[in-house]
Design a protein around this ligand. Structure first.
Ligand code: NAD
Ligand code: MG
Length: 380
């Protein structure tokens, strides 16, 4: 039996993790948590009967306690609740399906409690990778990538030696605005940005894909997961999302992982690694798939990628500024308070105004996030 806890169980990754649990009877869901979707988490709790359920707001937790009173379930709330779920004694692995830097504290708590991490929550690694990776090593826990590109890289690394890697080829779909120029982007609406060509995902990451900030976050995520220099991570646009990423070795050999775009594959691989299991779904038909195209990304228009390379090369607290400014800007864009291109301007201005703190601890990272938020609120 594999005992699994999930933070963010009502979202895109969370619900797909539960689909894997439905199909694999040796998964026991022991703890679940969400932000505010009380109806769905109650349904999930009734179906999977975890011992611990968390919801962010204490008022919502009170009403969840009443509606789940017939079951033997403890309901927790807030950051304390998230940490309780992350550390839950009976769990073997924590799926971090929560969105944003709010995942930092629970992820660290889980690692300290000796849990493996199936990591979807990239914002945590982008901002605190320098703390998380050494801590995981010290605690002997595994950080198993759920992000499709990082799962592909992880799969392409199996059986090989770290020192033999020449570079990582991180693929990108290019998002809904691939091939468009700045003039076009000036007037795009929220609904256009939310139409991803290949993947159905949460709202925040869908906007990040449209700006290509997502690919920037993924460059930094790959740096931490695989211990490679950002200059050895090359982004390649692969519009059909069939090649999920590749690794080039020093002898010139390139190993890629391919598949139809389905997040259940990387989620399942992380949960059962190194075992491969049957997964229902479409297969690539190589007779019908008559082309796989590849392109160079347009980093002048989609500045998100450039800013990420700059943030990680400055290091210290700068990736936190890049990420926090983006989180705030995207939330404003989702509320239709700013235009699409303002997202880049906000990130740029926040990075320009920041003096880097080297090797920030968790308090400094969260303090930096707060300062970035306040700065944006005062300016926009
Ligand atoms: P989503 O918006 O669909 O779901 C987010 C989940 O987090 C929800 O369950 C929500 O209730 C929960 N949450 C939000 N605030 C919370 C809080 N304060 N306390 C507890 N729970 C809270 O997001 P998603 O698309 O599933 O993405 C989750 C993470 O996975 C992100 O970091 C994203 O970048 C990453 N990721 C997602 C995909 C994808 O296909 N969706 C692919 C790769 C990586
Ligand atoms: Mg990805």
């Amino acid at each position: 039996m594999k005992n699994v806890a999930i933070i963010g169980s009502t979202g895109s990754i969370g619900t797909q993790t539960l689909e894997i649990a439905r199909a694999n009877k040796d998964i026991n869901i022991c703890a679940l948590s969400c932000g505010s979707n009380i109806e769905l988490i109650e349904k999930q709790a009734r179906e999977f009967k975890p011992r611990l359920v968390g919801i962010w707001d204490e008022k919502a937790a009170k009403s969840l306690r009443i509606s789940l009173a017939d079951l033997d379930i403890t309901v927790v709330s807030g950051m304390e609740g998230l940490i309780e779920i992350a550390e839950y004694a009976d769990s073997d692995i924590l799926v971090t399906a929560i969105v944003g830097m709010i995942g930092i504290k629970p992820t660290i708590a889980a690692i300290k409690a000796g849990k493996d991490i199936a990591l979807a929550n990239k914002e945590t690694l982008v901002t605190a990778g320098h703390i998380i990776m050494p801590l995981a090593k010290k605690m002997g826990v595994r950080i198993l990538p759920v992000d499709s590109e990082h799962s592909a890289i992880f799969q392409a690394l199996q059986g090989n030696t770290h020192g033999d890697i020449a570079k990582i080829l991180l693929t990108a779909s290019g998002g809904p605005f691939r091939g468009k120029d700045r003039e076009y982007l000036r007037n795009v609406r929220l609904a256009d940005a939310l139409k991803h060509p290949n993947w159905s995902m949460g709202r925040k990451i869908t906007i990040d894909s449209a700006t290509m900030v997502n690919k920037g976050l993924e460059v930094i995520e790959a740096k931490w997961l695989f211990d490679v220099n950002p200059s050895d991570i090359q982004v390649v646009v692969q519009p059909q999302s069939i090649i999920h990423s590749m690794v080039e070795y020093k002898d010139g050999s390139v190993i890629a992982q391919l598949g139809t775009p389905d997040m259940k594959l990387p989620i399942q691989y992380a949960l059962f690694y190194p075992e491969r299991r049957f997964l229902e779904g479409d297969r690539i038909d190589f007779w019908k798939l008559n082309q796989i195209t590849l392109e160079e990304p347009d980093m002048d228009t989609f500045k998100g990628l450039n800013y990420a390379y700059e943030a990680i090369s400055k290091g210290g607290s700068m990736p936190t500024v890049f990420n926090a400014a983006n989180e705030k800007a995207v939330s404003m864009f989702l509320q239709e308070k700013i235009h699409f291109l303002d997202i880049y301007d906000i990130i740029r201005e926040c990075m320009d105004n920041h003096k880097v703190t080297d090797n920030p601890d968790i308090d400094t990272i969260l303090e930096t996030e707060k300062m970035v938020y306040e700065y944006i609120e005062s300016r926009w």
